[in-house]
Design a protein around this ligand. Structure first.
Ligand code: ZN
Ligand code: ZN
Length: 418
């Protein structure tokens, strides 16, 4: 293709991503407000999404942009007490918007190594203050009070990190292609492609819910981990019905089925199968040991200090809030690209998440308070960090309530195919 044709093709596919974000990701309702957060470099995608949102009947679209250089300026020049502060008034306003039924769209595209050279103490304090301020609005999101979604935009800084050996323009183009393919918008009818993919994930979730297993056991090099599942856990994956009645796709892309582990019933050793990109640091070759749900020993070949700090965030940070199954043949895994972005990397492999559990992944929660959810096994924490433990070398067994063991995945693939 000549460059004019390439540009036209890019514009068309970008528009399909925007349309999929509004129609599949959000399934935006007529008359609904929409709140977008985006990196400044995602402006072209924001404009396409805003147009599709209004054409779908949005009554008001409001976007908050973030700029890397301004963020960095804080770490370079702000007084020390800045790092225990967060704009709580903004977080409260966002929560108020959600309580008023505004939909939420986040565009991810952050530079994974923006804060790599900054004081890790300041980075973790700032992140803690922000997490605390976000707590009310985050709860509305994790409990699916409203329809929400996350999509990606290929920013130059992100592309340079993913493809360090390519000239910037080529790196951005490569990252866009990878995003389009993974988000299933590179075909002629993304909306139909998503309907089919959602049906596959829903069938997988139904089968696991019918089986109602007691635990999963992961085995492979450096891994022998038994993950007990929460009492009355519920598997989810693909489309979700929010409490406002709208069926949305919270992540574009998504390949996982996931549920809530029991915070006290995780035992054994596990090794990460991909680096974890966390606030500018790549944490590599994580190896941890769980006892009665808690990490009692943690090592990493790189980034061990950052990992230690993460685990010390609060009481729930060293326990699991999610377990997710993704086949090794997933398109993101097969692309071989390490995106250094959770939205993509968590969909490349089976994973576990430290920290906060999704109450959405529990049955019959109406009227139950925090204490009774915790009793059933749901973990609480300020953090929720996914890291990858699946690969083509991992076997997963399902353990039934009567102790019977059945193979669920072999060499990273589902034993029962649809
Ligand atoms: Zn997940
Ligand atoms: Zn997660």
């Amino acid at each position: 293709m000549d460059s004019e044709a390439t540009h036209a093709h890019h514009a068309r596919t970008l528009d399909r991503l925007a349309e999929a974000a509004v129609r599949v990701g959000l399934n935006l309702a007529r008359g609904q407000e929409l709140l977008i957060t985006a990196p400044l470099d995602a402006l072209p995608l924001v404009r396409r999404i805003t147009e599709h949102a209004y054409r779908a009947g949005a009554c008001l679209v409001t976007t908050f942009f973030a700029d890397d250089e301004s963020r960095l300026a804080r770490f370079l020049y702000a007084p020390d007490d800045s790092f225990d502060r967060a704009p709580e008034w903004l977080a409260e306003g966002i929560a108020a918007a959600f309580r008023g039924n505004a939909a939420r769209l986040a565009i991810t595209g952050d530079n994974p190594s923006l804060l790599a050279a900054q004081d890790p103490d300041k980075v973790s304090r700032a992140s803690r203050a922000q997490s605390k301020a976000n707590r009310p609005s985050l709860e509305l999101i994790t409990n699916f009070a409203i329809n929400w979604t996350i999509v990606a935009s290929a920013t130059p800084a992100w592309a340079r990190t993913v493809f360090p050996d390519l000239p910037e323009e080529e790196a951005v183009e490569r990252l866009w292609s990878a995003i389009f393919a993974a988000s299933r918008v590179d075909g002629p009818d993304p909306v139909a492609a998503w309907a089919q993919h959602n049906a596959t994930l829903a069938a997988r979730g139904r089968a696991l819910n019918d089986a109602d297993f007691a635990a999963l056991r992961f085995r492979g090099p450096g891994t022998d981990l038994t993950v007990g599942l929460a009492d009355g856990h519920l598997w989810a994956g693909g489309a979700e019905r929010a409490a406002n009645g709208i069926v949305c796709n919270p992540n574009l892309p998504t390949e996982e089925v996931f549920t809530t582990p029991h915070r006290l019933r995780v035992d054994g050793i596990v090794r990460s199968t991909k680096p974890l990109s966390y606030q500018g640091t790549l944490i590599e070759e994580i190896a941890v040991r769980f006892e009665a749900g808690r990490i009692v020993e943690a090592h990493a070949a790189r980034g061990e200090a950052v990992l230690g700090r993460v685990l010390a965030t609060d009481e729930g940070a060293a326990r699991l809030g999610e377990v997710a199954l993704v086949p090794h043949s997933s398109p993101i895994s097969q692309s071989g690209v390490l995106f250094q972005n959770t939205l993509f990397d968590e969909n490349a492999a089976s994973h576990i998440a430290l920290g906060q559990a999704y109450t959405k992944c529990l049955r019959d929660t109406a009227g139950q308070d925090g204490a009774s959810l915790s009793e059933r096994g749901a973990n609480t924490s300020l953090i929720h960090i996914d890291w990858m433990i699946g690969s083509g070398e991992i076997d997963v067994d399902a353990i039934a309530k009567d102790g019977a063991v059945a193979p669920l995945m072999r060499a990273g693939e589902w034993c029962v195919r649809e």
